[in-house]
Design a protein around this ligand. Sequence first.
Ligand code: ZN
Length: 212
Amino acid sequence: MICIFLGAPGSGKGTQAKRVCASRGMKYIGTGEILRENVSSGTELGKRVKATLEAGHLVDDATMIEIIEEKIKNENSFLMDGFPRTVLQAEALENLFGKYEKSLDAVIFLDVSASEVTKRILGRFSCSSCGKDYNVHINDIKDERCPDCGDALLQRSDDTKDTVIERIEEYSRKTAPLKEFYEKKNILINVCGTGSVDDIFKRITEALDNKN
Ligand SMILES: [Zn+2]
């Protein structure tokens, strides 16, 4: 099976995508992770994209398509998280699928309201000493202290309300035409992304089972 996962930052997309891969034996192709790994291990690609990522910009289409081609050409069962982000990338992906005789089975859109993702992202903290990540809406946090080591919890510096809202608005603006692109192909599945991690996973599993 070949799938694409779409969802706003904070929608829980990464967690669900990895779980789907584990349960179905699919390869997880997360472009965010691929880029970060290349930067930290200092590969040729990593050196090329480092400055772009550090400035908070998106890596150019040609580079992304090159990465994706390398990852998918020998895979028959995989899930893509973080790509495509634009209609142009989606069209390039169609060409790659044609070239390697593959076909896309489903595009899952994890639907979470802007106010809910904002709440989730603003609830994220990490420990100033041990580095563990927490979410005040999920974990039992008292007095903004780490439940493990008792040190102060800090909010991520780019997680202020204004920047979060901006990121989500940018995401919706860019994703709307992409959703439309896949809707027209009759391949888009909207999955409600609110509720427990287990409930959401169950919804996704049912949607994919119905697709077979
Ligand atoms: Zn700690």
